[in-house]
Design a protein around this ligand. Structure first.
Ligand code: PGA
Length: 261
């Protein structure tokens, strides 16, 4: 059986300031070091924070030597040029960022990002040797109409459609839209059902499917993390609100440690 190291990623969204970042990351780094000492480095999950771009330089300094990595919240599908307000893959690379969230439901909703656009971004990020965290998820209405699998299938297969056969190094995040920032969470069984379905979709596209990580996102917190992370196909979390508190985020990291073999 493949052992997938868990990944706990914090999506800070548009929440940050120099002062609050410093407080959050000092607490997080100290707590993370303590967990490493107690649990042993080998059983720790990978940990990532994704702050807004203006803070990347400062966050790199704050995270130096901590073992915690920094990622981005989106990236342009273009390499460079006249694209006002956009950020390129090479800019992320200059800041040593290796991970980027793509197709988050807030970007799909507010910036009108389509499945096709997400697939272009995914292809570009993978080609650059970076890891996309590809977000998919259904709305409440879609779930009630029994459309969850159809929506997930469309989003997953489309996002991966431009990748070469047998691709590797992609993370998928299942984020039911009705659970994001609402305090409503999928039950561990609901999450596992969709994660298992996503694993099957990945198997259609790559022989590395068993090694790819599928994260759950949507009101994951200190209380529900352990039960969600104990599901066989839940390989980590993409965390919004609870990633803004070092103690809450550390509790989720600790829940992932316990589950690492
Ligand atoms: P939430 O956000 O944890 O606040 O629900 C998750 C996300 O949008 O990635």
């Amino acid at each position: 059986m493949t052992v997938r190291r868990k990944l706990i990623a914090g999506n800070w969204k548009m929440n940050a300031s120099f002062a609050s970042n410093e407080e959050l990351l000092k607490g997080l780094s100290a707590g993370f070091q303590q967990l490493c000492t107690e649990a042993g480095k080998e059983s720790m999950p990978d940990v990532l924070v994704c702050p807004p771009a203006p803070y990347w330089a400062a966050v790199n300094i704050l995270l130096e030597g901590s073992g915690i990595e920094q990622g981005a919240q989106d990236v342009s599908e273009h390499a460079k040029g006249a694209y006002t307000g956009e950020l390129s893959v090479s800019m992320l690379q200059e800041f040593k960022l290796k991970h980027v969230i793509l197709g988050h439901s807030e970007r799909r909703r507010d910036q009108f990002q389509t499945d096709r656009l997400v697939s272009l971004k995914v292809a570009q990020v993978v080609q650059a040797g970076m890891t996309p965290l590809v977000c998919v998820g259904e709305t409440q209405a879609e779930r009630e109409q029994g459309l969850t699998q159809a929506i997930i299938k469309r989003q997953v297969l489309s996002a991966l459609s431009l990748l070469p056969v047998d691709f590797d190094g992609v993370v998928v995040a299942y984020e039911p839209i009705w659970a994001i920032g609402t305090g409503l969470t999928a039950t561990p069984e609901m999450a596992q059902e969709v994660h298992g379905y996503i694993r099957g979709l990945l198997e259609q596209r790559t022989t590395h499917a068993h090694a790819l990580r599928i994260l759950y996102g949507g009101s994951m917190n200190a209380q529900n993390a352990k039960a969600l992370l104990s599901q066989p196909d839940v390989d980590g979390g993409l965390i919004g609100s609870a990633a803004l508190s070092s103690s809450d985020f550390l509790s989720i990291i600790a829940a992932a440690v316990a589950r690492n073999p």
